[in-house]
Structures are given as structure tokens and as C-alpha cells.
Ligand binder design. Structure first.
Ligand SMILES: Cc1cc2nc3c(=O)[nH]c(=O)nc-3n(C[C@H](O)[C@H](O)[C@H](O)COP(=O)(O)OP(=O)(O)OC[C@H]3O[C@@H](n4cnc5c(N)ncnc54)[C@H](O)[C@@H]3O)c2cc1C
Length: 370
């Protein structure tokens, strides 16, 4: 092939396309190579948090109202309690993964990114990547090849500080949508994450430490009686699709002229709903670093961006692991719903350290008195 580009992105999922768009907006010539062909689907909760919508807007990706459905709050539900927190500013948006992918492709093409589908990268060199039998030369290489990243392994950055794996299944259901919230239903062995995608379609994702749990499994539904009631008359509109979700922090996210982004660069548990937001914010930070020719800047920004979602991911995984802590927490939040709104604001990064300290104190007090 013997071709060359300023930036070569390995992987054309959401993180890779965001990185490509952001780099192109800094005037780099950009090529994306992906082994698959659109529409690329993936098991996902399909919820865009307000920050995710804002980051997409910053990248110029247009999501249209009829692409999905607005949700105004997050609701936690267990057998005994249901409590919700509204977003204080902009709303979230539920959108099918394939629709999001298409909108990102549209934007990448509009800015002049070259897209190579059905084109797996099979090797790496400092001056480029191996595509088929040829070397495609690039000044900068971005590894956006997802949770099982080969680029990460090729450049020896697989060492991570912590790692926790859970198993997920996603399916869509057609039937009247009952909620304008993103709902997290807490069961004994799993959570089910529900996102409204329109008036008559809902995305349902089950996440568990048990790899055998399935949405098809009637036993699993016994843990979620309220949700089972809502979905009683709904029909599955897609097949179940599986994935793993990994909590992983890397010590380093670049080596030489090669940087990692999105799930390849470390990830938070899917229950946070923050994976896409992180990827898009990383893309913007990476393009800035490429612009200044200094990937150390990206390393610092990456650490900073991951801090809050990592903390929230750890807290949510504690609720998953300890049922009595979970029941008590939900009771506390139900007693003082304002506190849940404050925690959601912290989760979305809307708050100052003082706000965080005051919220922690209120949560502590509720725990002692509930
Ligand atoms: C069950 C579940 C629910 C989730 N729910 C949400 C949610 O509601 N909201 C949210 O914000 N986030 C959610 N996430 C997280 C989100 O899905 C991920 O963070 C996001 O998909 C990361 O995108 P990515 O581009 O890094 O990886 P991917 O989407 O995995 O893309 C990687 C791409 O790289 C390509 N590739 C791999 N190897 C090569 C190669 N050698 N050569 C060329 N191409 C290659 C693949 O074909 C693929 O297209 C969820 C995750 C899970 C598992």
C-alpha cells in the first residue's frame, strides 16, 4: 500500500471516531482503520449522560431528537425502594448504539477523516501500522481498539493497577415505554440497567459477576419483580448480545508516538454510564496534546478525567458486593431524595470540593440516623 497519514487511528468505535474527529479539527490528516464494517453494534446501556451529550456537541456530532429519547433523571429501584434524582441542568439521551455510530461516521466524513472498514491492523511499528501486507506510515498512532486492546499489549502497557471484570447481556424490548428515567434495578446477583430509546422501545442491560446469568433466564427475573411487571407485555426486538465490562486503570496511556484511548486506555464499570463520556473527553484532550506535540499532556489529562468516574465506579461496585450496604444506602436516599440529586451532581462532575464535602457529611449523617 505504502501510504501515509498524520494520525492513524486503530479502531473505529466511538472512542476512535471521536479521536479522529478531534484530531481532524486540529487540522491533522487522519485515517481510521477498523476490522469490522458499520453498522457496528455492541452490548451497551445506550444511555448518554448530559456530559456525554455536551462532549458530542463539542465534537460537532449532531444527535437529532428523533434519534432516541430524552431522559430527565436516574432512578434506583430494589425490591423495597424506588428513588430518583433529576439532572440539575441538561438531560440525558437514550440512543441505539448503531445510530450513535452512524452519526459519528457522518461527522468524521464531513470533516474529511479517511475511513477504512474491514481493515484489521495486524502489527505495529514506530513509523506506522501493518495493514494486510503493507505498512501504512503515520506520525502519530492512536490505539482505540477496545477493552481487549492488542495495541496496548503490543506496546507493553498492559500492566494495570486494578482490574475487576463483570459480565453483561443487552437486549431491546418493544412495547409502551413506562419511564422517562434511566433506571438501575438492583437485584441479589445483578443489576439491570434500563434506558428508554423512544416511545415504544427500551434498552435493557443486565450486569453481573456471574457469567451464567442471562436475560432469557426466568430465574434472573425473580430478582427484578417490578421490572418484570413493566416488561410483561413487551416483546424482545433484538437478540441478546453479551459483553464484559472491566474496571481497569493503566499506569501509562502512551509510549513514544502511540497513545491509547477509550476502553483500550482503561475503563470504568458499565454501571456508571460514563464510558462514552470519558472516551469523548479523552479524544478532545488527546487532540490538544497532539497539537502541542506532547503526549505527556495527554497522560496528565487522562489521569485527571478518570479520577471521578473511577471513584464512583468503586462506590457502585461496593453496593453490588454488599447487599446490606446497598439496602441501607437506598433507604437513606429515599429518606432524603435531595441527597441523591447531590450525589448525581457529584457523579456528573458538576460540583466543587466544598459541595462534595457537604454531600459526604449529609450522607454520613443519614447513614447514622436512618
Ligand atoms: C453492558 C455495557 C453497558 C454500557 N453502557 C454504557 C452506557 O449506557 N453509557 C456509556 O457512556 N457507556 C456505556 N458502556 C461503556 C461503553 O460501551 C464503552 O466505554 C465504549 O464502547 C468504548 O468505546 P471504544 O471505542 O473504546 O471501544 P469499542 O466500542 O469496543 O470499539 C473498538 C473498535 O476497535 C475495533 N478493533 C479492535 N481491534 C482492531 C484491530 N486490530 N484493527 C482494527 N480495528 C480493531 C473493533 O472492531 C471496534 O470497532 C457500556 C459498556 C457495557 C459493556
Amino acid at each position: 500500500m505504502g501510504e501515509s497519514t498524520g494520525v492513524l487511528v486503530i479502531g473505529g468505535g466511538p472512542a476512535g471516531l471521536a479521536a479522529a474527529i478531534a484530531a481532524r479539527m486540529k487540522s491533522f490528516t487522519v485515517t481510521v482503520a477498523d476490522g469490522a464494517k458499520p453498522p457496528i453494534d455492541k452490548a451497551c446501556g445506550e444511555g448518554l449522560m448530559p456530559g456525554t451529550v455536551a462532549a458530542l456537541r463539542q465534537l460537532g456530532v449532531g444527535i437529532r431528537p428523533h434519534d432516541g429519547r430524552v431522559f430527565r433523571a436516574v432512578r434506583f429501584v430494589d425490591a423495597a425502594t424506588s428513588v430518583e434524582a433529576s439532572f440539575s441542568g441538561a438531560s440525558g439521551f437514550g440512543v441505539r448504539r448503531t445510530v450513535l455510530h452512524q452519526r459519528m461516521i457522518d461527522r468524521a466524513q464531513e470533516c474529511g477523516v479517511r475511513l477504512l472498514w474491514n481493515t484489521p491492523v495486524t502489527g505495529l511499528r514506530t513509523d506506522g501500522v501493518v495493514l494486510g501486507n503493507a505498512i501504512f506510515k503515520a506520525k502519530w498512532i492512536i490505539g482505540a481498539d477496545g477493552i481487549h486492546s492488542r495495541v496496548r499489549r503490543w506496546i507493553g502497557l498492559d500492566r494495570s493497577t486494578r482490574r475487576e471484570t463483570r459480565f453483561a447481556q443487552r437486549q431491546h424490548f418493544r412495547g409502551k415505554v413506562w419511564t422517562d428515567c434511566m433506571e438501575v434495578h438492583w437485584g441479589r446477583r445483578a443489576q439491570v440497567y434500563v434506558t428508554p430509546l423512544g416511545n415504544d422501545e427500551t434498552c435493557v442491560a443486565l450486569i453481573s459477576r456471574d457469567p451464567r446469568m442471562r436475560l432469557q433466564d426466568q430465574d434472573a427475573w425473580k430478582e427484578f419483580p417490578r421490572l418484570a411487571g413493566h416488561l410483561h407485555y413487551a416483546e424482545p426486538s433484538t437478540l441478546e448480545r453479551g459483553a464484559v465490562t472491566v474496571t481497569r486503570r493503566l499506569n501509562q496511556v502512551y509510549r513514544g508516538n502511540i497513545a491509547l484511548i477509550g476502553d483500550a486506555s482503561g475503563s470504568v464499570d458499565a454501571i456508571t454510564g460514563e464510558g462514552l463520556c470519558l472516551s469523548f473527553q479523552q479524544a478532545i484532550a488527546l487532540a490538544d496534546a497532539l497539537g502541542s506535540g506532547n503526549l505527556e499532556r495527554y497522560q496528565r489529562a487522562h489521569c485527571q478525567l478518570a479520577r471521578r468516574p473511577n471513584t464512583m465506579s468503586r462506590l457502585l461496585l461496593l453496593l453490588d458486593r454488599y447487599p446490606s450496604l446497598r439496602a441501607r444506602t437506598l433507604r437513606c436516599l429515599a429518606c432524603e431524595p435531595g441527597l441523591f440529586s447531590r450525589l448525581l451532581a457529584v457523579h456528573l462532575g458538576e460540583s466543587s470540593p466544598e459541595f462534595l464535602a457537604a454531600t459526604s457529611l449529609r450522607l454520613g449523617w443519614q447513614f447514622l440516623t436512618a
